[in-house]
Design a protein around this ligand. Structure first.
Ligand code: UDP
Ligand code: MG
Length: 316
């Protein structure tokens, strides 16, 4: 049995060597149990020495495969590249910053042996900032009402996938990739276990509050058209309110005679309706934008350097 470790790396020169040492240790422990290991590192257009580190790792350890992007294409693209280049029977996806404890790989492999296609590590939120925990909880409550797949708080990319799951995911060619949702969409027998969240070893997280917000919106929008449906309902609700209000004003005018003051009502109606229309346009625009990207059919990433022979992705 071959196990592939897939790790996207963006500006990880500080931890990469340490990471590799850690997973190597796990590989040594798994070898007697009949598991070989390969390491697939994807350099997502890092601006530091990540690629140099990867090159030297690959010289020292023949099990290392690396793929380096021509620029930063984002973690989702890096994940896809990693999965495409992994040849294992089981594939472990994890971050290169040691926030995903390599120790857990052994547990994943054991669970895989019980027949699960996806073994998912769910991180607890102990040690997280209070506001982040709260927003995450609210977000997941909201989003699970909106999307068809079940998204779980604390469940991320750290998981072991069987060959058939990886094949299924690699064959989902959509441009807007929200892998959390893709994993859930693919399905197959899955199991989850919890682990304590570790803080980053070195370097810094590339997530700002804004990018988290955008990520949240992506999750909401890339899985179905329910926001469009919501816009429709909102529009109909507003129309009903407007009808009732008009009837009330006309009725009042018939009974009491015409009373002109109504400045506040008019301004409120104009601004509120304009706002609602902008939001709805935004929702439609989001979907149109996604269609635009899909239709262009551009590749998810371009490869500048790799030690994987016969890759289809290398641009000469
Ligand atoms: N990453 C990447 N491309 C990016 C941003 C991040 O490949 O544009 C990688 C990064 O090297 C790390 C993983 O994705 O291995 C998770 O990133 P990060 O630690 O910044 O996110 P967090 O752990 O805070 O969610
Ligand atoms: Mg991290």
């Amino acid at each position: 049995m071959l196990i592939s470790i897939v790790a996207p790396c963006y500006n990880e020169e500080d931890v990469l060597e340490r990471f590799h040492e850690e997973v190597q240790k796990i590989a040594d422990e798994l070898l007697p149990l009949g598991h070989d290991m390969e390491f697939v590192y994807v350099d997502d257009g890092s601006r530091d020495r990540t690629l140099a580190v990867l090159e030297s790792l690959s010289v020292r350890d023949s099990r290392v495969r690396y793929v380096s992007f021509s620029r930063n294409f984002g973690k989702e693209a890096a994940l896809l590249a990693g999965l495409r280049h992994a040849s294992g029977d089981s594939i472990v996806v994890m971050d290169a910053d040691l926030q995903h404890p390599p120790e857990l790989i052994k547990r994943m492999v054991r669970l895989r042996a019980q027949g699960y296609d996806q073994v998912i590590a769910k991180r607890t939120r102990t040690g997280d900032h209070f506001t982040r925990t709260l927003t995450a909880r609210l977000y997941y409550r909201l989003i699970n009402r909106m999307v068809d797949v079940e998204l779980v708080d604390g469940v991320g990319d750290f998981r072991l996938l069987s060959r058939r799951v990886v094949d299924a995911i690699v064959n989902l060619t959509e441009y807007n990739r929200f892998s959390k949702g893709l994993f859930a969409w693919v399905g197959f027998p899955s199991t989850t276990f919890e682990y304590e969240n570790a803080t980053r070893e070195a370097g810094s997280s590339s997530w700002s509050f804004r990018s988290l917000l955008n990520y949240g919106l992506d999750g909401l929008l890339s899985f179905n058209n329910r926001p469009l449906r919501a816009a429709l309902w909102l529009g109909m609700g507003l129309l009903l309110c407007a009808g009732l209000y008009t009837a009330w004003i006309v009725g009042a005018a018939l009974v009491n005679g015409v009373q002109t003051p109504g400045y506040v009502t008019i301004i409120t109606a104009v601004t509120a309706l304009a706002g609602v229309q902008m939001v709805m346009l935004g929702v439609i625009g989001e979907y149109t934008g996604r269609i635009y990207y899909e239709v262009k059919g551009r590749p998810h990433f371009l490869v500048k350097a790799t030690n994987v022979e016969r890759t289809k992705d290398l641009i000469p």
